[in-house]
Design a protein around this ligand. Structure first.
Ligand code: UD1
Length: 442
């Protein structure tokens, strides 16, 4: 429950990047020695990935402050359980890692999600190019190879998932692999850096062509995951949409360049110093057209949060989604808060309104949750947001961090309808019913 209309102000340090942490955890399967990971975000997706690794026989220990110690020396299964894998698409990353380590993996094929079907054709084509045989049995992908050998793999498009999976499978293959048209997202770069810390020989990651010289064995390492640029972007937008003043620390501004450029074009004052980015929101802001694109383009994951911001601009913006088929599903919830948005296919026309108003809304996916939170922060009245299980998948200690910036936000469950709760202050004392990832403070 968020009481809107308060100006957010202050400094916030985003947690580690979810989209780097998940493949890096999967990559631990490639290694027979213990790996220590720092800045692992305390989100439920990490819990699920940890449970998948444990189900395969790995030992995962947690230390306070976002450190995980993963020992995959005892992995004794190549079959990932459907009950866990079906909870997040990124769990398909274990396929490349298991294939790379054992020459065999059996992983349920991702079905789809609210964003649309999650195709894996490029992942599978990559595995085949490395010499693996791919079968689909009872809904699971079975990949097997007596010996993987390096190959030249040109991706039809720069898929983040396919790049990560092929990279994982090739690290211990014999010979040289090149991945052309590779995804350049910073989380892919982080995965490459992590693999090198393990003793792999990966180069060119961060660019369109990645080269992997296969190595026979990997060794122990200690590694710190990059901060989450997508969470950082959500906080910058929280500053902008409340006409506030928010600084995110620890994030390389280059990683958030496209968001910062678009924010600046609306009249928000954005400045960067070292690894800090500051957004000072305008009282009124201008519309701007947005087109999502692979990195370094505007991130599809920030499209829903940015649409919430544009919903209050002085004029109309066009937002084109080029990555996912169905990433405007959440728009209906914004309409219930008074937004004026028309979606045609993959394009949304967002006409700014003078104000958004409270409503009971439900987040249909992680970043849509971010969008609804932003809308609620700026809206009149107290908005009740459901679907917290999605928000908890991607945002660590969101309400605590927002509260530290001056938001009035409380996590509640089973509360009476919002209309009978005009004073959110009284609900601030409600017990926290849905616990975050484990039970540590931020
Ligand atoms: C990752 C991110 C997600 C982000 C997305 C794009 C993780 C855990 N998730 O998702 O947050 O929004 O990158 O930056 O890192 N596709 C195919 N065939 C394939 C693979 C993908 O057609 O073999 C399509 C997908 O259906 C989708 C598009 O390509 O429409 C992008 O997918 P991809 O870049 O692979 O994204 P994900 O790895 O799923």
């Amino acid at each position: 429950m968020i009481e809107g209309g308060r100006r957010l102000e202050g400094v916030v340090a985003p947690p580690g990047a979810k989209n780097a942490a998940l493949p890096i955890m999967a990559a631990c399967l490639l290694c027979e020695s213990e790996v220590i990971l720092h800045r692992v975000p305390r989100i439920t997706d990490v819990d699920v990935m940890a449970a998948i690794l444990e189900s395969l026989g790995a030992r995962v220990r947690e230390q306070p402050g976002g450190t995980l110690i993963i020992d995959a020396s005892s992995v004794n299964s190549h079959t990932a359980p459907y009950a866990l894998v079906s909870k997040l698409n990124a769990s398909f990353d274990v396929t490349g890692a298991l294939l790379g380590r054992f020459g065999l993996a059996e992983v349920p094929r991702p079905g789809g999600c609210i964003l649309g079907p999650r195709a894996v054709d490029m992942h599978l084509h990559g595995f085949e190019s490395l010499g693996a045989r791919v079968d689909l049995e009872h809904g699971s992908v079975i990949v097997s190879a007596p010996a993987l050998r390096g190959a030249r793999i040109a991706l039809a498009k720069p898929s983040v998932g396919a790049t990560k999976n092929v990279l994982l499978a090739s690290v211990r293959a014999r010979g040289t692999t090149t991945i052309e048209n590779a995804a350049r997202e910073p989380e892919v770069t982080d995965l490459g850096d992590f693999l090198n810390a393990l003793g792999a020989r990966v180069s060119g990651h961060g660019g369109p062509t990645i080269t992997v010289e296969g190595v026979a064995k990997l060794h122990a390492c200690e590694y710190t995951i990059i901060p989450d640029r997508l969470v950082a972007g959500t906080y910058l937008l929280a500053g902008a949409i409340t006409s506030g003043d928010v600084t995110v620390t620890g994030v390389d501004p280059v990683m958030a360049a496209s968001l910062c450029e678009h924010l600046t074009a609306t009249g928000c004052e954005v400045s960067a110093q070292g690894v800090s980015i500051r957004a000072r929101g305008a009282r009124k802001w201008k519309p701007v057209n947005v087109r999502t694109a692979p990195y370094p383009g505007f991130p599809t994951d920030l499209q829903p949060p940015f649409v919430a911001y544009l919903a209050l601009a002085s004029g109309s913006s066009t937002v084109e989604e080029t990555i996912f088929d169905a990433r405007f599903v959440y728009v209906g919830e914004l309409l219930r808060m008074g937004a004026d948005i028309t979606v045609t296919g993959r394009t949304a026309r967002v006409t700014g309104v003078a104000k958004l108003k409270d409503a009971v809304v439900v987040a249909p996916d992680i970043r849509a949750g971010g969008s609804l939170v932003l809308a609620a922060l700026a809206a009149e009245g107290t908005t009740e947001i459901g679907g917290l299980e999605y928000i908890d998948r991607g945002y660590e200690f969101l309400e605590e961090r927002l509260a530290a910036l001056g938001a009035r936000v409380v996590r509640a469950s089973g509360v009476t309808p919002i209309m009978t709760q005009p004073d959110i202050g009284s609900t601030m004392k409600l017990p926290r019913v849905v616990a975050p990832f484990r039970s540590q403070s931020p």
